[in-house]
Structures are given as C-alpha cells and as structure tokens.
Design a binder for this molecule. Structure first.
Ligand SMILES: C[S@@+](CC[C@H](N)C(=O)[O-])C[C@H]1O[C@@H](n2cnc3c(N)ncnc32)[C@H](O)[C@@H]1O
Length: 222
C-alpha cells in the first residue's frame, strides 16, 4: 500500500514530537526513535569508553531502550537520565523498572536549561540527537561542562546539517550544526576536543526503509 503524502502541518507536528515527545503520539515517537537511532546510540556509547564504577549522565534519553546494553559495558555503573519530556521520563521508567529497582538507574525531568546536579559530578556524559533542540546552546554547553568531572569526557552525537536540511521536517524547531559549529560550541564552553568521528549511519525511516545518514560524534574532555 502506498504511504500517504504528509502535509506541512503533519511534518511540523513530527518535528515538535521529536523535540519533546508528548502523549500517545509521543510514546509512538519514542518507539520509532529507539529503533531508528539504535546504531547511532550504541556507537556513541562505545566511544564513551565506560569503565568500572563510573557515574554516567545521559541528556535526552527518549524511551531509554538502550540501557540494559549500556549497563553491561562495565560493573558498578551508575546511570542518571534527564529529559524535558514527562512522557519520555515515564516511558523510560516503565521500560527500565528492573534497573531502577536495582538502584543503579534514575530518571529526572529537566527544564532543558539547568542540570540539577553538583559541579564535577559525572565521569561520562553523552547525548544523542538533542543538540538541535537546546534552548540556549552556549549556556547549556557550560552547564554540561560544569557537571563533568575534570578528566571526564562528553560525547555529543548529531546528524550533520548537510544531511538534516534535506529532510522535510527540519525547517521547524530544529537548529542544525555542522562539524565546525559543534566543535566551536563545545570549545567556547571550555571543553577540549579529543576526537571527532564522522561516520555513515544506517537509520530506519518513518516508512520503514533503511536510510544512510551522515553523523558526527564529538568526544570532548574537561
Ligand atoms: C530526537 S529525541 C532523541 C532521543 C534519543 N536520544 C535518540 O537519539 O533516539 C530528543 C530527546 O531529547 C529530549 N530533549 C530535547 N531537548 C532537551 C534538553 N535540552 N535537555 C534534555 N532533554 C532534551 C526530548 O524530549 C527527546 O526525548
């Protein structure tokens, strides 16, 4: 059966849901993101290089369907997730209830401007596909820097501006970045850029097809 063509209103609604999933449509968006972005999320987790007893912060985890795999990367990991979407916080809690009960995982609703944790708290911080939606990117990069331990590292993963601007929904809500813009944002917050992986990623489109996309994963240190 042919997929129905979407109009601008429907694409804009998709952009809104991707930036902050809400309600039943938000739950579906969370499921779609988890499968579509799985490779990119696991690649970012690999580059984080998690080791024993580290405290990890993820910003914008969505439904957080990747946590069982993340927690197996090393023993004694403590994971904290923050997200601006109450729907995603509830989904993440439902999907990861066993890990929460075990005491190693927690999720917290965030205002997207402040990170309500202490200075120098986390060994590793990562975020996948959220930079497009940061409300005050410079101040938020400084917040991430503040809560990262000296010697810790931060992995920032995005699909590139050149790729994203061809999509039918990124003219709303999204702020797109190329490699130099992302590096400049992190450098200006005090981070030292350690590496930038420029890769081809296979995502799954809304209609279930495989789509090759260009991604970058910046690893930055404090
Ligand atoms: C496009 S989804 C990506 C979800 C998941 N990381 C992935 O790659 O599939 C963006 C997620 O980040 C959240 N988000 C957007 N801006 C945020 C911010 N400033 N702080 C925390 N979460 C944010 C949204 O609510 C949503 O769950």
């Amino acid at each position: 059966m042919m997929e129905k063509e979407w109009n601008d209103e429907e694409w804009q609604e998709l952009a809104n849901q991707l930036s902050e999933p809400q309600g039943d449509a938000g739950i579906k968006t969370g499921e779609m993101m988890a499968s579509s972005n799985e490779n990119m999320i696991f690649r970012t987790i690999d580059l984080l290089g998690l080791s024993v007893d580290e405290e990890v912060l993820e910003i914008g985890h969505g439904s957080a369907s990747h946590l069982n795999a993340l927690m197996r990367k090393a023993s004694g990991l403590e994971y904290t997730g923050i997200d601006i979407s109450l729907t995603m916080i509830e989904e993440a809690k439902r999907i990861n209830s066993a890990l929460i009960d075990a005491g190693s995982v927690s999720f917290h609703l965030s205002d997207g401007l402040h990170i309500d944790f202490s200075d120098n708290q986390f060994d590793k911080i990562f975020t996948v596909n959220t930079l497009y939606f940061w409300k005050d990117p410079k101040a938020y990069a400084q917040e991430i820097y503040r809560v990262l331990k000296p010697g810790g590292s931060f992995c920032l993963a995005i699909a590139t501006k050149d790729f994203m601007e061809k999509l039918p929904f990124t003219k709303w809500v999204f702020q797109l970045y190329n490699r130099s813009m992302a590096e400049e944002l992190l450098s200006s917050a005090g981070f030292s850029i350690q590496s930038v992986a420029e890769e081809k990623d296979i995502a799954i489109s809304r209609t279930g097809e495989q789509v090759e996309r260009d991604i970058i994963i910046v690893t930055a240190g404090k």
